[in-house]
Design a protein around this ligand. Structure first.
Ligand code: MN
Length: 722
């Protein structure tokens, strides 16, 4: 909207002659002189005679080509309020319609949107009623507010801020709801400047600086778009768009985008003659630059709630710069800028009410309907707010406190919004005094009572339905803490038990032993050790054993601090079936959270697959004193002879080894391959056994089988020897 100044009634009348009949213009003149006389001697804070204000308000409306009655009402809008002239007097002079409008605007003027919800609600109700009688009342009111915002600098700072905030919270959304985009933008920027003058100036300066750098790129893109339309024979005008300062600020704040990110987007609008052309232009620009997937929106087929229509698309421009394009007809453009006012702007559509106009009426009628149904005024204001800010719901505590929540919020979100402690201890809720599930989606206007029980804990299932970040964080934090303390307690019990099985106990261990184990494991406290055990990341038996080793041998002589494998049979040490490690083999331990430690040979083919889980691996060594027998697999290739298996068995037992199992893997007329599971004490013992086997005449080859590949690692962990 151009902030064009109307110098005097003559200039205004001149402008009006472009779209109004002479008698109508004369009515407007008459209203002007009437108001001038009524406001005689009154001054604006700016130092100007008071009449300049109604004149400018009428001027704003004339830019939107509003009808003569609206302009008359604009001239007279402060007469009742400020000069004591009655509604009846105006009615006699200018007729009922104008008098009603002036009265409506006056009532709105008395409204002060305070912070008190109740007062605000009543004010909004009045506004809705005035609007419902004649939509033009709100137009006059918006124009009045706009002029006041344009001259807000003369007000003292506190009043300035209050009015600016009210503009941002009430008037800008109303303008938006009525599709009056130009007015909304001006409201937002004027209010932004009044509330945050420094931020406004800083962003303004930054934009001016960037504008210089952008100029070249903007021209280049615009030229290529225009050339493209020309080539395709599509008539239309291409306009470069720039974001207004408040929207830049709002994006930086609410979407956490950097100034650069916002300014790196190039936006254009292509305005064409007909709807059909819009789609052809879309096709043309999509073949000029690649469209960004998922960014195309057809608001022509499905207009926005305020009647806005346009095609939106985003393109990858040169060097991947995003280019946002809006494509619409002249009429849609007028609608997009002036919304409901476009109805008056385009006389051609006078008989057929415009889309925006119809929608605005529907909206106001909806407001009235809500008002009838609302139990109280607070409920009503919340209904209106939902309508203006559709992504939020407003819910009440039983004491009438209002909480603003995102759509889809549940009683748990509400409870956390009140206080984290209320969220954590909530057990049930009443919505409108009815017991309801904690997962029920709340609706605006509802009164919600949260029932708590001291000591109650958040339920992990809540995470499935809460929508607010506050609730989510609160629940997660609690669960994490709870898991921690539970696993610490469990770990302590497990370690105590494991130590007891070695005849030891925690308090009898030296402090040095404990701290050197913590150091080896890089844990900062003994509680962290308990937690690790409780979570199954460390085995209680292994930890107990290491503690005892360190306690007995604080210098850590146990071969570089490695864990020693000292039992052939153990409930926590298992020998992997894939490689069947035996004493003398280089070995590593893999900790399985459910099955304890599995020992593999260092060269087992399967460990490379499990290696990814680094923290699960433990360096281990055989205890030099280790006793017992270990299973090993040996593959023997031999010529088939009668009684050969018996000969083989005799050779093996002759070397003091037990045979666990013999299987014939392959066999033909002359050769057999036999797999043997043999129990041996260590590598030296195995070597002796293999030598004995080799001495059997029919045997051509003996090898130890170290890595079976057939089974998957996870399965293999199941197949452990106990
Ligand atoms: Mn006024």
């Amino acid at each position: 909207m151009t902030a064009l100044q109307i110098e005097n009634i003559g200039t205004l009348a001149e402008g009006l002659s472009g779209y109004l009949e002479k008698p109508q213009i004369n009515h407007v003149r008459r209203a002007y002189y009437y108001a001038e006389q009524a406001h005689e001697g009154q001054m604006r804070r700016t130092g100007d005679p008071y009449i300049t204000h109604p004149l400018q308000v009428a001027g704003i409306l004339s830019h939107m080509h509003m009808d003569h009655q609206s302009l008359m009402a604009a001239m007279l809008h402060d007469v009742i309020e400020d000069t004591g002239i009655t509604k009846t007097a105006i009615k006699t002079q200018f007729g009922n319609t104008v008098a009603e409008m002036v009265d409506g605007v006056s009532k709105l003027s008395r409204i002060k949107f305070g912070s008190q919800a109740e007062a605000q609600a009543e004010n909004f109700q009045k506004m809705a009623m005035a609007m419902s009688r004649d939509l033009r009342v709100i137009m006059v009111k918006l124009a009045d507010r706009l002029h006041n915002m344009r001259t807000i600098k003369v007000l003292p700072p506190d009043k300035r801020r209050r009015i600016a905030r009210e503009t941002l919270e009430i008037y800008a959304p109303i303008a938006n709801r009525l599709g009056m985009n130009d007015m909304r933008i001006e409201f937002e920027d004027l209010a932004f400047e009044a509330i945050y003058p420094l931020r406004f100036r800083r962003i303004g300066a930054a934009v001016r600086q960037v504008r210089g750098n952008r100029k070249e790129v903007v021209t280049r893109i615009q030229t290529s778009l225009e050339a493209c339309l020309e080539r395709e024979g599509l008539p239309g005008r291409t306009i470069g768009r720039e974001k207004h300062l408040y929207s830049i600020y709002d994006k930086m704040r609410s979407k956490r985008k950097s100034f650069r990110e916002i300014m790196d987007v190039y936006a254009f609008r292509i305005v064409v003659d007909r709807v059909d052309t819009c789609y052809r232009v879309l096709g043309a620009v999509h073949s000029l630059y690649k469209p960004v997937p998922g960014r195309f929106k057809d608001y022509i087929a499905i207009p926005k709630a305020n009647g806005y229509q346009s095609l939106h698309t985003t393109l990858f421009g040169m060097h991947g710069l995003p280019i946002e394009i809006q494509i619409r007809t002249e009429e849609m453009e007028a609608m997009a800028n002036n919304g409901i006012a476009a109805h008056w702007l385009y006389k051609s559509s006078e008989e057929l009410p415009s889309n925006a106009h119809v929608r605005a009426r529907e909206w106001v009628n909806g407001l009235l309907e809500m008002q009838k149904n609302a139990g109280n005024s607070l409920e009503f204001i919340e209904n209106v707010k939902i309508d203006l800010f559709p992504d939020e719901i407003y819910v009440f505590t039983p004491k009438g406190e209002i909480f603003e929540l995102p759509v889809g919020s549940t009683p748990v979100d509400f409870a956390y919004a009140i206080h984290t402690d209320i969220g954590s201890t909530c057990v049930a809720c009443r919505i409108e005094r009815r017991l309801a599930p904690l997962s029920e989606a709340l609706e605006s206007g509802q009164t919600v009572e949260i029932l708590t029980a001291p000591g109650h804990k958040p339920n992990p299932a809540w995470l499935g339905f809460v929508v607010t970040a506050k609730a989510r964080t609160g629940i997660r934090h609690f669960l994490k803490k709870q898991k921690q303390s539970e696993s610490t307690a469990l770990g302590r019990r497990l370690l105590t038990k494991a130590l007891a099985s070695f005849g030891a106990s925690l308090d009898k261990l030296s402090r040095e032993a404990v701290s050197s184990l913590l150091e080896q494991l890089r844990l900062d406290s003994v509680n962290r050790l308990f937690e690790e055990i409780g979570l199954g990341n460390r085995m209680s038996h292994t930890m107990a054993q290491r503690l005892i080793d360190l306690n007995e041998n604080p210098t850590g002589a146990g071969v570089g601090g490695n864990l020693l494998v000292r039992d052939a049979q153990s409930s926590v040490m298992n020998y992997a079936r894939c490689c069947n490690p035996i004493p003398g083999d280089r070995i590593v331990g893999y900790i399985s959270s459910e099955r304890g430690m599995v020992i593999h040979t260092g060269d087992c083919n399967n460990i490379s697959e499990l290696r990814a889980n680094r923290e699960k691996w433990v360096e281990v060594d055989w205890d030099p004193e280790i006793q017992g027998e270990f299973t090993v697999e040996v593959r023997v290739e031999l010529e088939h002879q009668r009684g050969i298996i018996a000969t083989l068995a005799t050779a093996i037992t002759g070397a003091e080894a037990n045979i666990e199992k013999i299987t014939t893997a392959e066999r033909d007329a002359h050769f057999s391959i036999v797999n043997l599971l043999i129990n041996v004490r260590n590598r030296v013992h195995l070597a002796r056994v293999m030598r004995k086997i080799r001495m059997v005449k029919a045997v051509t080859r003996v090898t130890r089988v170290k890595s079976r590949k057939a089974r998957k690692p996870s399965v293999r962990a199941d197949n452990v020897v106990h």
